[in-house]
Design a protein around this ligand. Structure first.
Ligand code: GDP
Ligand code: MG
Length: 436
């Protein structure tokens, strides 16, 4: 889906002013891409209408970079579709807090039960897992294995008791052992089936969970949406956990599940390892779908302070890592207008961790400016030529110790390298960068 969007937008970006026809054509392609990615038909229709209404307006036609403006609108609407903001798990005022996991067989309930427990444990909770899948051979053993891997105890009563009784006994056990969270792993079927629903309804009514969490396999595309709709109607769910987002998923389910059920996606699972779970952020998922990291936010912020042409050029250079000292100098001056350099850097994909804490004060900026002004044109455009004797000259010219010149040039080279890595990362795969 991401690739598709990038192509569509690459074409839009090439254009100067857009006319209604351009927008219509682009939206047609967006529509096809979404349908192909298994997004629910009704959702697509509504989505496209919302965008068209906004995109064909005066605002876009008259803006300096209409292509980018359309992208911005698509991004905003994607976020809206997925629920605007992340929604946290709720906690019961009367412990233990009970979470009940439901979903089809193979969706990832058992795995996700352990992942969630591990995550909650890291946050200081004391979870207990309840093994209520008495049908699938070795299901109990499986939960015990993953439970042990995350260091969380598992409550079982074998496969001869009714799930509802096992769940109730687990809750009692948690109470007497001071465990403040119980996660109930239930049985699924291959397809929606009345027996399963009846059993789940019985369990839900008896244990009154704080949240029923539906685990959905993102790779099943359109099916995931039907499943979500069905479970929500029959049992009532409070949130969705999307699994297997690491696979070759078309991402469509993420877009439609929320729109169809109106229930928030709370977590995303991105691999088989028990640490492969993250809180679901609609805005990150949207940028992932658009394939641009937080570059969108950057464009937004930049266009407030800088004129749009310069912003586009800046973005191109960021991506290509073609940065020279002169660009840097210009950046510095823009930074003064825009806020801190740390702010800007943290919006670039891959930079978050490394540079979030970098503080740039005005004195530092003047110092750096002085160093760059002391460089020759050649040195500014091709930092590789700066040898030790040139460094000494720059130090003298700018009134700074040679160590500072060394440090600055080194930092500059590192930043450039990071940009290169990051543009590599943006092109690609790699499940680590999936949602951040
Ligand atoms: P359940 O039947 O709903 O309990 O599903 P399981 O927890 O047994 O998971 C079914 C399969 O999906 C297992 O092989 C898991 O390792 C795998 N799985 C679960 N979550 C993920 C995920 O996020 N990514 C990937 N790649 N595999 C997953
Ligand atoms: Mg299971």
């Amino acid at each position: 889906l991401s690739d598709k969007f990038q192509n569509i937008f690459a074409n839009l970006k090439k254009k100067g002013k857009l006319n209604e026809q351009d927008v219509k054509l682009a939206m047609r392609e967006v529509k096809l891409a979404l349908l192909e990615a298994d997004v629910n038909f009704k959702v697509v229709k509504r989505f496209i209408n919302d965008i068209k209404e906004r995109a064909v307006g005066q605002e876009v036609m008259e803006s300096l970079t209409p292509g980018q403006h359309v992208i911005k609108i698509v991004n905003e609407e994607l976020i809206k579709l997925m629920g605007e903001e992340k929604v946290d798990l709720t906690t019961s005022s009367e412990p233990p807090t009970i979470y009940m996991m439901v979903g089809l067989q193979g969706a990832g309930k058992t795995t996700t039960t352990a992942k969630l427990a591990g995550m909650l444990k890291k946050n200081g909770k004391k979870p207990l897992l309840a093994a209520c899948d008495i049908y699938r051979p070795a299901a109990i053993k499986q939960l015990q294995v993953v439970g042990e891997q995350v260091g969380v105890p598992v409550f079982t009563m074998g496969d001869k008791n009714k799930p509802v009784n096992i769940a109730k006994a687990a809750i009692e056990a948690a109470k007497s052992n001071g465990q403040n969270v119980v996660i109930v792993d239930t049985a699924g079927r291959l397809h929606i089936d009345q027996d399963m629903m009846d059993e789940l309804i019985e369990v839900k009514e008896e244990i009154r969970p704080q949240e029923v969490l539906l685990v959905v396999d993102a790779m099943t595309g359109q099916d995931a949406v039907n499943v979500a709709e069905n479970f929500n109607e029959k049992i009532g769910i409070d949130g969705v956990i999307l699994t297997k987002l690491d696979g070759d998923t078309r991402g469509g389910s993420a877009l439609s599940v929320r729109a169809v059920t109106d229930k928030p996606i709370k977590f995303a699972c991105i691999g088989e390892k028990l640490t492969d779970i993250e809180v679901f952020h609609p805005e990150r998922m949207a940028s992932r779908i658009l394939g641009m990291g937080d570059v969108l936010t950057l464009i937004e912020k930049a266009s407030e302070a800088i004129d749009a042409k310069k912003a586009a050029e800046m973005e191109r250079k960021f991506r290509k890592a073609e940065f020279t000292f002169d660009d840097f100098l210009e950046q510095m001056q823009q930074v003064k207008k825009m806020g801190s350099l740390g702010d800007i850097m943290s919006m670039l994909p891959g930079m978050n961790k490394q540079l979030k804490d970098v503080e740039v004060d005005d004195k530092e900026i003047s110092k750096v400016e002085a160093m760059i002004y002391s460089m020759t044109l050649e040195e500014r455009n091709n930092p590789a030529v700066i040898n030790p004797s040139r460094k000494r000259r720059i130090a003298k010219g700018s009134g700074n110790p040679i160590q500072d010149v060394n440090r600055f040039i080194k930092q500059f080279e590192q930043a450039k390298k990071m940009m290169k890595q990051m543009s590599g990362m943006m092109k690609g795969k790699g499940k680590k960068g999936l949602l951040n």
